[in-house]
Write a protein of this length. Structure first.
Length: 395
């Protein structure tokens, strides 16, 4: 028993010595952490915000409720890939020459880099062509300080635009379209691109395409008062000066007329002008707005152009178009009409042939006003002058 007590006492003493050693001053050992440092000073509490203000500005636009009306309107528009319009526009956007406007991805590439993808061996730049969509026109806000900087609606660009037209007029080489707002985005594509007809060595004009005329979006040209054809005309009415249209000087904006004053939650994304927009200036419903006499003059000019006599053309062995003659090699084979109306698709189409330049200029003006699709409203005085002068010089 005494031996057992001795053993217990020895264990207690030994344990005490071990404990004392563990709690004595620390000696640093290489490769081991040192002691924790002194705690820092607590930070200052922030100021409480006001519930809802920070995010509500974003939610006002970036919500399904807000966007549903916009999306529904977009799907009814030509931009939205309306099936009736699809072949005429979006199906051709795989091509390098068309992709910058007829393909959503091509448009983005063009705006961001100044060019579209290079065509592959098949001649296509893109494997698929998608209609211009939200991501085409909208990217990110340049500023979130809407109160001071305004809401730019995150449009992809509002920069001024080169007037991209293949014209002989050197005055148009450096012409800039600038409407001072998001309308510049529209101006990238709504241009005629082709120039007015020019004579060959014999003073004639050879049309080799059934798609001849201003490209299918000459709205900016009419709004500006540019690209009418009348070099061979004896003018019976003066041609209005450039940039004098009231829709150019009073609004100067595509978005002002085509996207304001909607009450259906679409915020103008059908791009059809609302009655309220027109009533602001004209005081009447949109159904009553038209350019007086222009529709009748267009009918008159169309029938005159259908009676124009030209010379038939055909491709030679090299694939080039040449005038066609009768068997005697001297008498021209006639072609009737420089344009013709097709009841099947309710549309006017150019006719291939060799024509007097005066007839070609009158036909250009006719197709210009047709392709603009505003029935002259973008620039009434300019439209009326072009058509009246065309009629007078054909008669």
């Amino acid at each position: 028993m005494k031996n057992l007590k001795l053993i217990v006492n020895l264990i207690v003493v030994t344990s005490s010595l071990m404990f004392f050693q563990c709690t004595s001053d620390y000696t640093a050992i290489p490769g081991q952490d040192g002691e924790n440092g002194t705690n820092g000073i607590d930070g200052v509490d922030g100021i409480d915000g006001i519930d809802g203000v920070g995010t509500q500005v974003c939610i006002d636009c970036h919500s399904d409720t807000h966007r549903s009306g916009i999306w529904d309107a977009y799907l009814t528009s030509n931009h939205g890939g309306d099936p009736a319009y699809s072949y005429e526009s979006w199906d051709r956007g795989t091509r390098e020459s068309c992709a910058s406007c007829h393909n959503n991805e091509g448009f983005i590439d063009y705006i961001e880099t100044g060019a579209v993808a290079v065509a592959d061996a098949s001649g296509n730049s893109y494997g698929i062509s998608n209609p211009l969509s939200c991501t085409g026109c909208h990217d990110s806000h340049s500023s979130f300080d809407f109160e001071n900087d305004g809401n730019d609606m995150a449009v992809r660009t509002a920069a001024p635009v080169d007037f991209k037209v293949f014209a002989e007029d050197p005055n148009l080489d450096d012409y800039i379209l600038d409407y001072g707002n998001a309308s510049n985005l529209c101006a990238n594509c709504h241009q005629p691109r082709r120039g007015t007809p020019t004579p060959d060595a014999n003073g004639k004009y050879m049309n080799t395409s059934t798609h001849w005329g201003p490209h299918h979006g000459p709205q900016t040209a009419l709004l500006e008062g540019l690209l009418g054809a009348y070099t061979t005309f004896t003018l019976v009415e003066a041609i209005p000066a450039v940039k004098q249209a009231k829709h150019r000087t009073d609004t100067g904006s595509c978005v002002d007329c085509h996207m304001r004053h909607t009450t259906d939650g679409s915020y103008g994304h059908s791009w059809n002008p609302t009655r309220n927009n027109c009533s602001d200036c004209h005081g009447g419903p949109v159904e009553e707005l038209k350019v007086t006499g222009l529709e009748e003059d267009m009918d008159t000019l169309g029938h005159l152009l259908e009676q124009v006599i030209g010379q038939a053309i055909a491709r030679d062995a090299n694939g080039d178009y040449q005038p066609v003659f009768e068997a005697d090699g001297v008498t021209p084979v006639p072609v009737v009409g420089i344009v013709h109306y097709d009841a099947g698709d309710d549309a006017w189409h150019p006719v291939r042939g060799l024509f007097d330049l005066k007839a070609a200029e009158a036909a250009w003006n006719f197709l210009f006003i047709l392709e603009d699709r505003s029935k002259g409203i973008h620039n009434p005085d300019y439209a009326k002058s072009l058509i009246k002068n065309s009629i007078a010089n054909l008669q």
